[in-house]
Design a protein. Structure first.
Length: 537
């Protein structure tokens, strides 16, 4: 495994392994657990890693072996209903109680010295937040990597289903813990049937052909768009971060599907006075654990050593460390987001983008397009769970008739954008029902347009009057070099990242009739960037 990455720290200890230990869950169900430990005399702190993805590759080497080599007991456990553990997996509902039961079991182990940390990515971050709802006194540090705390937000955005996410999550939770071969077969099946599944009318239940059967927890998550629905009661672990006092390191990537959840976690922890650190790299959800692993491991190890081994020598001098796109460098910051001036960029006819506000007080049409759900605007790059995630050349997307672009003039000096990006949109439609997808791109001197960050919003019916909506577009740390141009891209969807809006007001999950919609953008719309000097010619 060490041969996969360069830059990992030298091994400090030989590692022993106790596989297949049985830990009783809250209801007595057996939770199958592997124990990795340094083959060295003495006391060592313990790391708890609870996973619904199995305990084999890549988790056993990345978390079991590598951390045990550095002087930790590592308890790698399969969540109930996965990896041989008893009971039935039910997204989020059992993690707090099962985590507490595991800590109770740890207290009875002769090698447990009373010092506990947690670490892990994605849903393995969610189980950390679940334990932190009522943190045991032994818990001294957490490291949440590309982590989840709000399942509803992972499945829905402003009333729209995050369709591709839902399917890939269903795939991973169902097959990854079964081993590499079953997982790869399931991936290939979903790839072959993706269009059939995502274009089904109605969408409800269509996932079964792509995922090989019915998944009650996935049905529930996909068909309850309202965060206030009783279905989601107790799902969000936001409360954990509000009052946590356990030192917590957060790691994400600019194109991670959970990047916004990580920023929410950071803001809550800082507001509550918790000791925290934030690392944001040039990664997607999956690449963070692949090519980004040396940075993730170093950050995680330094935090855990500081708070479990009382060795702060590896900590960074500032709370925040971010990768800046465009210049491909890293910056240390005291906080996130840093102080920045909000500058507005306005669309004008002809596809131009300017900082000069429209002269007319009335909102006039600036451009229009027709969105057809039968030929939905495709998703391209950005924060996805698939191999196509991340920055991509947007040329093919921007050539479509249902995508608007507005482009500024070449920059005469570099322009830094650091912080949350948003769009204020005034839009009218002929049906009253439409979505809006808005994206910031960097256009180089050769005309290549690459996505930086984006956001999605749903228009609420306003008759034939125009609707005003503010769409958060996540955040970024990006430098637009001299000669590059800022581009604002606007469309009415990104399929199958988001389920198609049927244009009728009917639920996208149950719709069987789809109506094209004409979308008109008005001049008082604006792209809002946290920038310094505009640097325009």
């Amino acid at each position: 495994m060490r041969a996969t990455w360069r830059g990992l720290p030298a091994k400090r200890h030989e590692v022993g392994w106790e596989p297949g230990l049985v830990v009783p869950a809250a209801d007595g169900s057996p939770l199958i657990t592997d124990h990795y430990f340094p083959r060295t005399q003495g006391d060592f702190p313990t790391l708890l890693v609870r996973s619904p993805y199995g305990r084999g590759l890549p988790w056993s080497p990345q978390f079991g072996l590598l951390f045990a080599e550095q002087g930790f007991h590592v308890v790698l456990q399969s969540c109930r209903g996965t990896g041989g553990s008893g009971g039935v997996f039910d997204l989020w509902r059992n993690e707090a109680a099962d985590g507490q039961a595991t800590v109770s079991w740890l207290r009875g182990q002769p090698w447990f010295d009373g010092t506990l940390g947690t670490v892990g990515p994605s849903y393995m971050g969610y189980v950390q937040w679940a334990l932190a709802l009522d943190p045991p006194p032994e818990l001294k540090a957490m490291v949440v990597q590309v982590g989840l705390h709000d399942p509803h937000a992972a499945f829905h955005a402003d009333g729209a289903l995050r369709l591709e996410n839902a399917l890939v999550v269903g795939l991973g939770m169902t097959y990854q813990h079964q081993g590499t071969a079953p997982f790869l077969r399931a991936v290939l099946r979903l790839q072959r049937r993706l269009r059939e599944v995502t274009m089904a009318q109605p969408l409800r239940g269509s996932y079964r052909s792509g995922l090989g059967g019915e998944l009650p927890w996935l049905d529930g998550a996909m068909t309850h768009p309202d965060p206030e629905d009783p279905y989601w009661h107790g799902a969000s672990m936001a409360e954990s971060a509000e009052r946590l006092r356990v030192p917590t390191a957060l790691i994400t990537g600019w194109h991670d599907v959970l990047v916004d959840q990580t920023f929410e976690q950071y803001e809550r922890l800082r507001r509550g006075g918790c000791d925290t650190a934030l690392l944001v790299g040039p990664w997607t959800h999956t690449s963070a654990l692949q090519r980004g692993w040396p940075e993730l491991f170093a950050e995680s190890l330094a935090w855990l050593r500081a708070h479990l081994h009382a060795d702060p020598s590896g900590l960074r001098p500032t709370a925040v460390h971010v990768h800046v796109g465009g210049e491909n460098t890293w910056r240390d910051l005291d906080d996130w987001p840093p102080a920045a001036a909000a500058t507005s960029w306005y669309p004008v006819p002809g596809g131009h983008l300017t900082q000069q506000a429209p002269a007319d007080s009335d909102s006039a049409p600036v451009a229009a397009f027709r969105y057809d759900p039968a030929d939905p605007t495709p998703s391209l790059g950005g924060p996805l769970l698939s191999r196509t995630a991340g920055p991509r050349d947007n040329a093919a997307l921007e050539a479509r008739d249902d995508v608007l672009t507005f482009t500024g003039p070449p920059l005469t000096e570099p322009l830094d954008v650091l912080g949350p990006v948003s769009a204020r949109l005034t839009i009218s439609t002929d049906t009253g029902h439409a979505d809006v997808f808005t994206r910031l791109c960097d256009v180089d001197p050769q005309g290549r347009s690459v996505n930086i960050c984006d956001g999605f919003g749903r228009l609420r019916p306003a008759g034939h009057a125009s609707s005003q909506v503010t769409v958060p577009m996540s955040a970024t740390a990006h430098r637009f070099p001299v000669g590059h141009r800022i581009r604002w891209q606007i469309s009415a969807g990104a399929h199958p990242r988001y389920a198609r809006n049927p244009g009728t007001g009917e639920s996208p999950v149950d719709a069987t009739a789809f109506t094209p919609v004409r979308v008109t953008l008005h001049t008082d719309s604006a792209l809002v960037l946290p920038t310094g000097r505009p640097g325009l010619a």
